[in-house]
Design a protein around this ligand. Structure first.
Ligand code: SAH
Length: 356
């Protein structure tokens, strides 16, 4: 059976499902979900991410984490990565922090990954790099220790609900069966707006609001932990920071956009991250959000150019070209520099987060 056959079976038995349920099946269905069976990264895959483009990315993040760890007293701590892809970022971060006195001995590393394919790649890549590496499918209960976490292009993969403003009021976007195929449909109108009007401003017909309850819940848990036990988090993703109306859901297959319902289980489906909502959730949990700032700003302030110059000084002309092109992709406003944003979370006692 394919995922489409499974979804059609569900729709016939139960009627239309909301878009968030569809997205969850498409990405995370245990048998057919996109992240369950594919390595989506790289030239052969569907998309490429910052750590796959340049080692500088993971190195600077590693240095940022070690710095935050030192600033909070160099205690025993958990270092967690959400959605670690091929393990490249963690590998670069660990290599870059080897010389930070006591850091590797103090950390217990937790990799949160649902994909067996990617977990195997992470294990192979990180083998022998650290004695305390653990994998888990969800965040679960955390030990009472400071938590340092990193999430690069993780939150965009969580299912969103979409609300559409119509003449009759706010409706939810649903997925239904139409002539044997998957099709969008709207629910009956709701009595109330999905968020308070102070958050969505004036609306007109056709406006869309996206909510990602799973992302807000995860941030709440992690931020509450950081507020209580210390630590820090970095969330990096494409997204927006103002109140926003718009449908940001997109599907990508082999580096090209495709219609969202066309290839469930085969195409990557993502939504832009609402950084305002994540920052609010962190604040409600008692922690301090910093930013979001653009990826370019964050990397520049963290010393990206200096690091590139140092790498170039030991490199062949060909390698130098690769290093500088990679850095340009991460920093350029036309590429990842401005679309990607960075949000940091710290305990309230830490007034300043490095780079923000
Ligand atoms: N951070 C990596 C990979 C980004 S792709 C990089 O920058 O290269 C998204 C990652 O999140 C993949 O590792 C995917 O398997 C994982 N993932 C997606 N949904 C998840 C979920 N609900 N729980 C845990 N991991 C998930």
């Amino acid at each position: 059976m394919s995922l489409v056959a499974f979804l059609l079976g569900q729709l016939r038995a139960r009627g239309p499902m909301n878009f968030s349920e569809f997205m969850e099946h498409a990405l995370a269905h245990p048998d057919y979900g996109y992240y369950r069976h594919k390595d989506p990264l790289g030239v052969q895959g569907d998309f490429t991410t910052a750590p796959e483009i340049s080692q500088i990315f993971g190195e600077l993040i590693g240095a940022w984490m070690a710095d935050a760890w030192q600033a909070q007293g160099s205690k025993k701590a958990v270092l967690m990565e959400l959605g670690p892809g091929r393990g490249t970022l963690m590998g670069d971060a660990l290599r870059a922090t080897r010389a930070v006195a006591g850091f590797h001995d103090a950390i217990d590393i937790r990799m949160v990954e649902t994909s067996p394919t990617l977990r195997a790649k992470q294990e192979a890549h990180l083998k022998n790099m650290h004695p305390c590496l653990h994998w888990q499918e969800e965040i679960g209960p955390l030990p009472r220790l400071p938590l340092f976490f990193i999430a690069n292009e993780f939150f965009d993969a969580l299912p969103v609900r979409q609300y559409v403003y119509t003449q009759k009021g706010w409706c939810m976007r649903m997925v239904a069966e139409e002539k044997g195929e998957l099709a969008f449909k709207l629910s009956s109108p709701f009595l109330h707006a999905p968020v308070s009007s102070s958050r969505h401003g004036t609306v007109k017909e056709g406006d869309v609001i996206e909510l990602c309850p799973m992302a807000e819940k995860i941030i709440h848990q992690l931020a509450q932990h950081i507020a209580t036990y210390g630590g820090a988090g970095l969330i990096i993703d494409y997204g927006y920071s103002e109140p926003h109306h718009g449908d940001s859901v997109q599907a990508v297959h082999h580096h090209a956009f495709c219609p969202v319902l066309a290839r469930p289980g085969e195409a990557d489906i993502t939504a832009h991250v609402n950084f305002t909502a994540l920052a609010r959730s962190a604040r409600h949990a008692g922690a301090s959000p910093h930013g979001p700032i653009t990826q370019a700003d964050f990397l520049r302030k963290s010393g990206a150019q200096l690091r590139a110059a140092r790498l170039c000084s030991h490199a062949s002309p060909e390698q130098q070209k690769t290093i500088l092109e990679g850095l340009e992709r991460l920093l350029s406003p036309a590429q990842m520099g401005e679309l990607f944003k960075v949000l940091a979370i710290t305990p309230q006692s830490l007034m300043q987060a490095a780079g923000f």
